[in-house]
Design a protein. Structure first.
Ligand code: CA
Length: 229
């Protein structure tokens, strides 16, 4: 099982461009969400935790540079900015406030797809080797979990949840967000399924499931993986 699809957020007010980008990224297996202005873009970024952000600089309301600044306060997500040919200074500013790459409009959509692939690939090394968290060693390639050197058997779903949360240490996810990311959008499951999955996973990874050191409940919000073991 490959795990959940990587998700891209496209913040672009020109609907034709947004649609074109979305269509071509979906065609390579990415999950694409869109926003047509900066405020919605920031909201969706917080709600949907994308793996990559495509950001037009000229947006109604909060502009792309400000969106980029806001996102960089909390996230190292790869950011590809889109800009008009005339705004060379915007490119410089965009890179200064944390964009990773840029494309000048009009661009060839194949070029965009290539940049997106490169950025996602570059972002991967963080999860390529085993992730270490306290006593836990999570190996995404072999889908194995060890605690203090001992192999722990997990179901596929338990592993997906663990890997997803451990790939975003410290970040809080709502039950709805976890449902989408771990189960996928097409599965009809209740948010309580997340609670029982969390509880099963805790029994396996925690020394004391009632006082979890790793998989923490954030009351009224959801769950997060501890940043430090
Ligand atoms: Ca625009």
């Amino acid at each position: 099982m490959a795990g959940p699809a990587q998700r891209v957020l496209v913040v672009e007010d020109e609907e034709k461009i947004a649609q074109l980008v979305a269509k071509n990224l979906q065609a390579i297996g990415l999950d694409v969400i869109t926003a047509a202005d900066g405020t919605t873009g920031l909201q969706r970024f917080r709600d949907e935790t994308p793996d990559l952000l495509i950001l037009d600089l000229m947006l109604p309301g909060i502009d792309g540079l400000e969106v980029c600044r806001q996102v960089r306060k909390t996230s190292r997500v790869p950011i590809l900015m889109l800009t008009a040919r005339r705004s060379q200074s915007d490119i410089v500013l965009g890179l200064e406030v944390g964009a990773d790459d840029y494309l000048v409009k009009p661009f060839h959509v194949q070029e965009l797809v290539a940049r997106v692939r490169a950025l996602l690939r570059r972002a991967l090394p963080e999860t390529e080797g085993p992730l270490r968290l306290g006593e836990l060693s999570i190996d995404p390639a072999r889908r194995r979990l060890e605690r203090a050197g001992a192999l722990i058997e997990l179901t596929s779903l338990e592993f997906d949840l663990l890997l997803f949360l451990a790939s975003h240490p410290g970040r809080v996810f709502t039950r709805e967000a976890l449902l989408e990311r771990v189960w996928g959008q097409d599965r009809v499951v209740d948010t309580r399924s997340i609670d029982s999955l969390v509880s099963r996973l805790r029994k396996k990874i925690e020394r004391d499931a009632n006082r979890p050191r790793y998989l923490q409940t954030v009351w009224g919000t959801g769950y997060r993986m501890a940043e430090e073991g």
